[in-house]
Structures are given as C-alpha cells and as structure tokens.
Design a protein around this ligand. Structure first.
Ligand SMILES: Nc1ncnc2c1ncn2[C@@H]1O[C@H](COP(=O)(O)OP(=O)(O)O)[C@@H](O)[C@H]1O
Ligand SMILES: [Mg+2]
Length: 354
C-alpha cells in the first residue's frame, strides 16, 4: 500500500466531496484521531468542529469517543446514543464505522442521526394520552360514585336523587365536550396539510357567532362590540372558522370581561384588512394573562387556572384547536396581554384570491 503524500491529499479531497453530498451529519477521522473531512450538515450541527483537529478537542462527547476507541480496536462498526445537554438538549444516534485500509488510508466514518425532534414528538404523544385519560377519569369517577350512591344508601331518597342526577348530567356533559374537542383536534390534524380553499366571509361568521354568544354575554353582563367592514372574504373552511371565532370570543367573555376588575365589561371585536390578509382581533379588558403563561397557552390541556376553566365548562383544548385551524389556513395567531389590563387575541388569515 503506497502512502504517498500527494495521493493521500487527493484521496482526502475526494472523500470531502463525497460526504458533502450526504444528508446526515458526517465526519471522517484519520488513524491519528484527527478530523480529516466534515460535511456542511455536520459543520452546521457542531460549530465547534475543526478540520485537522483532534476529535476529542472539538467533540465533548465521552460516549462517542469511547465508541471510536472500541471500533478502532475491534474493527467492527457500532451505534451509540449521544445526549447533549448544553446549550439545548439534543440527542443523536451516532454510527461509528471503520473505513478504508485498502485503497484509502485506514479511517473511521461517523454519521449523526438527530433524534431530538422524534423524541420530542414521542414525549408529546405520551403526555397527550396521559392528560386525556386523566381528564376523562375525573368525571368518570364522579359518575360512578353517584351511581353507587343511588343504588345504595340514597336509593329511596328522592331529594338526593334529583340533586345527584343533575351533577351526573353535568359530568357526562363534560366528558362529551372533551370527546368532541379531542375528535375535532384529531380531524383538523389529519387535514393539516390540506389548505382549505373555499371563499368564506369572515364578517358573516363573526356576526353569526356573536348572535349565538349574546345570551351568554348577557348572563355575564358583558357587552360585545363589533367593528368590521361589510365583508372580508378569506380562503377557508366555514365550520373551522366558526370554531375559531367562538373559542376566542367565549374565552374573552368567560376569562376576560366577566372577571374584569375594572368597570369595563366589553369585549371589542375587530375585523380589518391588512394587505392580502384579513385580521380578526378579540380584545377584553379583564385580568389578562401573565407573561410566563403566554407561550404555553396553545398547548393541549394547558390552562392558567385548571379549576376555573373546569368550573366554566372548559376542556383546555380550545386554543390548541384554534392554533391548528389557523395553521391549516396558513394564517397566524397572535396573543398579547398586559396583566391587569386585558388580553388581545388576533388571527391573520389570507384573503381569498379568485
Ligand atoms: N381572554 C382571556 N383572558 C384571560 N385568560 C384567558 C383568556 N383566554 C384564554 N385564557 C386562559 O387560557 C386557558 C386556555 O384556554 P382554552 O384553550 O380556550 O381552554 P378552556 O377555555 O377550555 O379552558 C384558559 O383556561 C384561560 O386560563
Ligand atoms: Mg376556551
């Protein structure tokens, strides 16, 4: 085997070109543990990586370095999991394989498969199932408790029966709302990549929802004020956009205006046109939402106050549904709040283009 210096340089640049075309972050290290080739994906992923530097100096990953030593000793490839905690938590499956020795100098090739996103999704899925089961279990346990009481100690107690049945009905309704919300969430998710394209008048939708929510606003002594142009035609799905308007206005009544510490019990609703977008804004002057809750508000089952939300018939899925619908419409949801002064939710939606 000739190890002429020029030939080696030429071989190495060939390897560089070759791995540049690979989709996985890839690096090649020589027998002396120096990094002789990296591709763009690897350089973007590991900015500390330096060419012609010892691997141990640019990669602080003891598990990977151990694996490199093992593969070098055994001559057979292996895979290791590398967890990086700083600056952000990331995880990779690193494959370490021997390479060369015949035509090419003996080397090792490392390729990194980023597992971070897959792990995050997996965790979300597990949390979601746990949360959904927990949310269903509470009303279910209460229902069973009352059924047993009615079959046993309260069998002949007419007054108790009426009271218990009313509670049972409420719990069953809560479960039914939850199942409805879960089903619509999964339906919307299924169609997330299909953009709705029928012309829908956002102003008509708003007026319809305001009509249906007026009795509820009335019960809470809340006034709904609308400012909108005659029409705003967006490309959308009518039923889904009805749900968006309903969720936002209902929240503004329940958690905003009705709980307002000031005398201002109005919910201001605007529709405006900005460029190629229609913007729906729902503003209340209630207690608002503390800054640290804002980014998590659209997570499934996330509520600032779980007890309050349950007492008001909430499932904690409303804003998650809104977020998904808006995403499906290629729109944007924006939430702003100054604690003590109210909250403002606005949705941008692309106008319909004939
Ligand atoms: N206008 C608002 N003012 C204050 N808090 C709000 C407002 N809108 C939503 N929230 C908070 O966000 C939480 C999540 O809302 P949502 O996803 O619609 O669930 P739900 O209404 O079923 O509780 C609510 O429980 C409430 O804590
Ligand atoms: Mg809600």
């Amino acid at each position: 085997m000739r190890m002429d210096k020029d030939i080696r340089q030429r071989d190495r640049s060939l390897i560089r070109e070759l791995i540049e075309a690979l989709p996985l972050a890839t690096l090649v290290i020589a027998e002396d543990d120096r990094v002789i080739a990296t591709n763009a994906v690897a350089r973007a992923l590991l900015p500390s990586l330096r060419g012609d530097e010892l691997l141990a100096r640019s990669l602080r990953a003891p598990d990977v370095l151990d694996s490199v030593a093992r593969v070098r000793a055994s001559g057979s490839s292996e895979r290791v999991i590398w967890l990086e905690r700083v600056p952000v938590e990331r995880s990779f499956e690193v494959s370490v394989a021997p390479f060369g020795g015949d035509e090419f100098e003996p080397a090792l090739i490392l390729s990194l498969h980023d597992l971070t996103e897959a792990r995050r999704l997996e965790r979300m899925r597990v949390d979601f199932v746990a949360n959904a089961s927990h949310e269903l279990r509470t009303p279910l346990a209460s229902l069973l408790g009352f059924v047993e009481t009615l079959q046993g100690p309260a069998r002949e107690d007419v007054a108790a029966r009426g009271k218990f049945l009313a509670i049972m009905r409420e719990q069953a309704q809560r479960m039914s709302r939850l199942v409805d919300d879960l089903l619509s969430l999964s339906r919307i998710e299924q169609h997330l990549h299909v953009r709705p394209d029928t012309p829908v008048d956002l102003v008509g939708i708003l007026r319809h929802i305001v009509d249906t929510l007026t009795p509820m606003a009335h019960d809470h002594q809340v006034e709904l004020k609308i400012a909108a142009p005659p029409q705003a035609i967006v490309a959308g799905d009518r039923d889904e956009l009805l749900r968006v308007a309903e969720n936002l206005i209902e929240n503004a009544i329940k958690y905003g205006a009705a709980a307002a510490v000031t005398q201002n019990k109005t919910v201001d609703i605007f529709i405006g046109i900005q460029g190629a977008q229609a913007v729906l804004t729902v503003c209340d002057h209630g207690p608002g939402i503390a800054l640290d809750h804002l980014p998590r508000l659209t997570e499934r089952f996330y509520r600032v106050d779980v007890g309050e939300s349950r007492a008001k018939g909430g499932t904690g899925l409303g804003l998650a549904i809104v977020k998904h619908i808006v995403a499906r419409h290629r729109g944007r949801l924006n939430i702003e709040s100054k604690p003590g002064e109210g909250a403002s939710f606005s949705v941008n939606l692309p106008l319909f283009e004939a």
